[in-house]
Design a protein around this ligand. Structure first.
Ligand code: NAP
Ligand code: GLV
Length: 309
């Protein structure tokens, strides 16, 4: 029984060290593999090449190296019926909430504006805005959205949350489904997207969607690029309806040099760095799932292939 490891961003040595600490004797091979394909029973992956996971006839579970699983589900030849677990990790959650808080505060305190004024050597005095009047709307109230929303509440912002199903989170006004979307957007001054990329969320955030927010609103996206129609976002920024955006994820990554986001005065680009699962923190949950899968038990953090998250 051997664990297959595939990722172009994660360090296999670090993962092996941390996993072996918890599962002594664990056999791990870095893929793609060309020999002894029958030995592979589990795969720990980030963005495996299309068709790759189908090559292992005894594969009984797939473990994602990311919280999102779109990098696995996009494979049209993914083996059917093999359970997929996503990555849930306290450090990753912590990093994401930090990114969200920083981005929200930067827009709230108009640092984007002051950065632009500094380049012009302009002393543009403005009264500091009141945090209790800046409503932050979080789309996607899962592991990451819920933690970010709680920290935004603790920081003193009025917080709204939108998800597929209604939630009860202290201090957060909950909205759900298509029926709740209009009221949620109308009351959101800074929108934070923490939705997974699925059939239902792809291209969700277009011009019509963004125009439902109040004029002067901000947009923060550390989820997935394809949730957003990028040319519509640029249009809404250019028209002045949106005041600014912080973007960590893009339809094409790395963001092509010719992309207008790079030079847009109202956009801050970060290179998909909002959060990640470091092995020293994430390995215990992965090891637990390896044990469960090998014992024939249901893994934790399973995704539903029908909804895609
Ligand atoms: P999660 O726990 O699965 O939560 C997903 C949330 O989205 C749930 O609240 C779910 O609603 C909601 N949702 C899904 N489809 C929806 C729809 N059609 N309409 C309304 N709400 C919908 O996921 P997570 O761990 O919080 O991660 C969220 C995403 O963050 C990941 O999928 C990944 O794309 C992204 N991410 C990015 C980075 C980065 O570095 N940029 C790092 C980690 C993760 P219900 O609660 O009702 O099911
Ligand atoms: C990163 O983007 C993740 O999904 O964990």
């Amino acid at each position: 029984m051997t664990l297959l490891f595939i990722s172009h961003v994660d360090d296999p040595k670090e993962w092996q060290t941390e996993l072996r600490r918890l599962l002594p004797g664990l056999k791990m091979r870095v893929g793609p593999q060309t020999r002894n394909l029958d030995d592979i029973d589990l795969a720990l992956v980030w963005a495996p090449p299309p068709g790759e996971l189908r090559r292992y006839p005894n594969l009984k579970a797939i473990l994602s190296l990311g919280a999102g699983v779109d990098h696995i589900l996009k494979d049209p030849r993914l083996p059917k019926g093999v359970p997929i677990a996503r990555l849930v990790d306290p450090m990753l959650t912590e990093l994401m909430s930090e990114y969200v808080l920083l981005s929200v505060l930067r827009h709230h305190r108009e640092f984007d504006h002051f950065e632009a004024m500094q380049r012009k050597k302009k002393w543009d005095y403005r009264f500091p805005p009141d945090r209790s009047k800046r409503r932050v709307g979080v789309m996607g109230m899962g592991v990451l959205g819920t933690d970010a929303a709680r920290k935004l509440v603790a920081a003193g912002f009025p917080v709204l949350g939108w998800s597929r199903r209604q939630k009860r989170i202290p201090g957060v006004e909950s909205y759900s489904g298509t029926a709740g979307l209009g009221a949620f957007l109308k009351r959101t001054d800074i929108l934070v997207c923490l939705l997974p990329l699925t059939g239902a969320t792809r291209d969700l955030i277009d011009a019509k969607f963004l125009k439902r927010m109040p004029k002067g609103a901000y947009f923060v996206n550390p989820s997935r690029g394809a949730v957003v129609v990028e040319k519509d976002l640029i249009g809404v920024l250019d028209s002045g309806h949106l005041a600014g955006a912080t973007l960590d994820v893009f339809r094409e990554e790395p963001l092509p040099k010719s992309h207008p986001f790079w030079t847009h005065p109202k956009v801050l680009v970060t290179p998909h760095v909002a959060a990640m699962g470091y092995p020293y923190s994430a390995a215990p949950r992965v090891a637990l799932n390896i044990r469960r899968a090998r014992a024939g038990k249901r893994m934790l953090d399973l995704i539903d292939p029908k909804t895609g998250y």
